[in-house]
Write a protein that binds this ligand. Sequence first.
Ligand code: ADP
Ligand code: MG
Length: 330
Amino acid sequence: MWSLSEQPTRGKVITPNRGRDVPLPLACTLTLADRQYSAVYEGHGQSKVAFRLDGAGGKYDGKMLKVICPAKPDPECETMKHLAALDCDVCVSIFMEGELKYRNQVLPAWICDYAEPLDKYLQRPEADHNRCMTSKLMCILRAAESQCVVSDVGDYNFGVVSDESKVVILDMGSRGLQEERPTKGKLTTQFWSNFLKYAMASVKNEEDNTQLVTLANVYRDAWSIRDALLKLELSWMTRPCCHNREERDRADYSESSSSGGEEEPTQASKLHTPPTRAMAWDCEFYEEDEFISWYDSNEEFNESHEFTMILMSHLSTLVDARCQKPKSYG
Ligand SMILES: Nc1ncnc2c1ncn2[C@@H]1O[C@H](COP(=O)(O)OP(=O)(O)O)[C@@H](O)[C@H]1O
Ligand SMILES: [Mg+2]
C-alpha cells in the first residue's frame, strides 16, 4: 500500500483553487514500494485532490498523483481505462492504480500523466482559442462515441498535453460507462449549453468569436456525432496544435522579408490564411465547406484520383479506430 504524509512547505506559498477546503495537506511525501516522491498540490475539485510528483530522478517525476478524498466509489479510473484501451486518444494516460494510506484513512489513488489545465492554458497569449475548443469538442464527441459522457465540461476538467498538440480529458466525472452510445440529440442536452458558456467566457477577440460561431455551426449542422467528428477531424488536421506560435513566427518572417524585393514564389503568404482553411489539390485555400465541395464537384479530379473516396475513407477509419476498435483483442 502507498502512503502519504505531510511535508513542510519550506516557505513556498501554495494557493489552493477555490471550492471546498482541501482535505489533504498541500505539500506531502508519497511513499511507493521503492521510492519517495515529493507531492505538491496542483488542484482539487469536489472529489479528488491532484498533486505533482518529484522524486529527484524517479520514473514518475512530473506526473500526477490523484487521490479520491474522502474515499468513495468512483467510476473515474475505470472510465479512463476503458477509453485508453479503445485508443481513442482523449484522456491522460494512467500509469498505476493503488490504495493510499493517509493517517487513518485508506484512499483510492492513481498516478497519471500531467496536462496543463485548459483554463490556465487559455490565459497564455499564444493559446489558440479555436484550436483548443475544436480539440476539446473532439474529445467530448469521441468519448461519447465510446459510450462515455463527460459529466462537467468546464475547462478545468481538460488539459493540454506537454507538446501542446491536443487537448485531453483530465476528469471524466461520475457518469461512468453508459450502456449504449448517446444520440447526438441526447448528448447535446447533456453538454452543449455548458460547452458554449465556457467557450464564450474565454474568447479574447473578435476572431475567436467568429471562429467559435463557425465551430458551433459545424456541430449544429452535423446529423450525428460521427458526422460532426468527421468534419472536425478534417478541420483539425489542417493544423493539429493548440497554439498559434508558428503563425506569429511566420508573420514576423513575412514582415522582415517583405521590406524589400519581390514576393517569393513559395506562396508563403497564403500560410497566413485562417486555420479554418485548408489547401486543396489546386494549391488554393478553401473554407472547410468549399474544401469538401471542391473535391465533390471536381469531376476531372475525381475520375482520375477518386480522392474524395480515399479521403473520406481515411477519415472514417480514423474516427472508427478512435471510437470503437479495441487496441488489442488479447
Ligand atoms: N492530470 C492532470 N494534470 C494536471 N492537472 C490536473 C490533472 N488532473 C487534475 N488536475 C487539476 O486538479 C483539479 C482537480 O482534479 P479533478 O480530477 O477535476 O477532480 P474532481 O473530480 O474533484 O473535480 C483539476 O481541475 C485540475 O486543475
Ligand atoms: Mg474536476
